[in-house]
Design a protein around this ligand. Structure first.
Ligand SMILES: Nc1ncnc2c1ncn2[C@@H]1O[C@H](COP(=O)(O)OP(=O)(O)OP(=O)(O)O)[C@@H](O)[C@H]1O
Length: 462
């Protein structure tokens, strides 16, 4: 669980423009009955997700509990419990509940498990710079994000390894880039490795660098650790790294060198930033992730909060994303209210995608935000023919902006169609597109096209 503080009360202690001291509180969710009795989580974060899925904050082994069963959010109105469409439901005093503000002493029942929630376990004070509502390309005006920006700024200076946790689309990669840009390494390279793609065969060559043959060296083949020399290496979705490879990564991190095949070693000077959407601590407990590697990676640790827990960021994010999209329309207060009432399962990426679609459709006078937001994750927009409205949109732009825009539309359309055409088989897509697997994944991700969502849209996945 994150060490991010949740703001519960603001106390101005200094004049405007100077740091503000705010009080943060810890709270605890504990299993009081059931197979996981005694298990608990104490956190300063505002959201606790409970379920059998290993990405939950409180992971339960009770087989009557759904993978994503419920979540409890600390809001200004109190502790808000939401059932996440669980199979066996969530009960309070024998009554099934979908969404409810918890009262003190409430016992929550899910399957054979009972939870007790203890607010205010401990209070501490933290300092937040006032007015800092962006860090690199990350935007956010909420106090939670401002605290996060100040943590990231400090971590950037300190050159330690960093683990960034957060749901999909919360900005983990943007945060990693921003840390790099604010560090002493900013003039060095920023290299990304998608750990979903690292197989045991590829690892030696691509990840651990110089385990290379002499002739590779002549051909100039360098592993990514060497390519990131003097800079930052971003290990995206590090929780997906096969167990067999974890000791090798650990060794490189410990020795700060990559071995060569001839028995030598090349020193590497690289800061590692890793990201995960999983609950890695739980993976460590379950033996899926090595504890020693976890502690090497998580010297500093931050969690990017889901958008639904910082709805006050939505207006500023929406305006800034629209600006970046060069979209030429105003968001009405009704639209913003609609946005603020929606849960954004795909987080900021989903908001950006919705705005992008809105920008295109508005040109044809068809904007209906509700349609876009109904199931945006299930309907990746890429297949929406871009040429119908893009012409009208780009004539107002300069050449470079227009080109970027048309290219982005083309990419989304092209990749969504190709993936459907090849039956979502990445190997076949690699051949069809002539791109490397790594580039293919990155372009899919860049365009907000997740394989799972595309399959969902085709009804291929539950
Ligand atoms: N705080 C933010 N400010 C501005 N844009 C943001 C922010 N967070 C996310 N975004 C937008 O969402 C997109 C996705 O962000 P990013 O790729 O960093 O998310 P992620 O957490 O790494 O996602 P995933 O886990 O799916 O890889 C970005 O390209 C950007 O447009």
């Amino acid at each position: 669980m994150s060490d991010k503080p949740e703001v519960t009360q603001s106390v101005m202690t200094e004049t405007e423009g100077r740091p503000v001291r705010i009080q943060v509180r810890e709270w605890t969710v504990e299993v009081s009955a059931g197979p996981d009795k005694g298990k608990k989580i104490t956190t300063q974060d505002s959201l606790v997700r409970v379920g059998s899925d290993s990405a939950s904050d409180l992971v339960l082994t009770d087989p009557t509990v759904s993978r994503r069963h419920l979540e409890i959010e600390r809001t200004a109105k109190g502790l808000l419990l939401r059932d996440l469409g669980s199979r066996n439901g969530t009960y309070l005093d024998g009554r099934q509940v979908i969404q409810v503000v918890l009262q003190s002493g409430d016992k929550v029942q899910l399957g054979k498990t009972k939870l007790s929630i203890k607010p205010d376990t401990r209070t501490t004070e933290v300092e937040v710079p006032s007015g800092a509502d962006a860090f690199g390309s990350l935007v956010g005006a909420s106090e939670r994000m401002r605290i996060l920006f100040s943590d990231l700024r400090r971590i950037a200076r300190e050159d330690m390894n960093l683990l960034i946790e957060g749901e999909t689309g919360t900005g983990k990669e943007l945060a990693a880039r921003a840390v790099h840009q604010h560090s002493a390494r900013r003039h060095g390279p920023f290299k990304v490795v998608d750990c979903n793609l690292i197989t045991e065969e590829k690892a030696e060559r691509e990840l651990f660098g110089s385990m290379r043959a002499a002739d590779d060296e002549e051909k100039g083949v360098r592993g990514v650790f060497e390519a990131a020399q003097g800079g930052t290496l971003f290990l995206d979705e590090v929780g997906e790294l096969p167990l067999a490879l974890q000791p090798k990564l650990l060794r490189v991190l410990e020795t700060r060198e990559v071995p060569t095949l001839n028995g030598g070693a090349v020193p590497v000077n690289v800061r590692v930033i890793a990201s995960t959407h999983r609950n890695l601590e739980e993976d460590v407990r379950q033996g899926r992730f090595r504890a020693d590697l976890y502690f090497r990676l998580a010297v500093a640790r931050v969690r990017l909060p889901p958008l639904r827990t910082r709805r006050d960021d939505i207006p500023v994010l929406a305006h800034s994303l629209l600006q970046a999209l060069k979209a030429n329309f105003e968001l009405t207060s009704q639209t913003l209210a609609l946005f603020e009432g929606y849960d954004w399962p795909g987080n900021v990426r989903e908001l950006r995608n919705v705005l992008e679609r809105g920008a295109l459709m508005q040109e044809t006078g068809n904007t209906s935000w509700l349609d876009f937001m109904a199931q945006p994750q299930q309907k990746p927009d890429a297949s929406a023919a871009p040429h119908t409205s893009v012409g009208a949109l780009v004539v107002g732009m300069n050449y470079h902006e227009a080109k970027d825009r048309v290219l982005a539309d083309f990419e989304r359309f092209y990749f969504a169609e190709v993936m459907k055409e090849v039956g979502f088989d990445m190997k076949a897509a690699e051949q069809r597109t002539g791109l490397s697997m790594q580039s293919l994944y990155r372009l899919l991700k860049k365009n907000g096209l997740r394989l799972k969502d595309l399959k969902n849209a085709e009804g291929l996945e539950k």
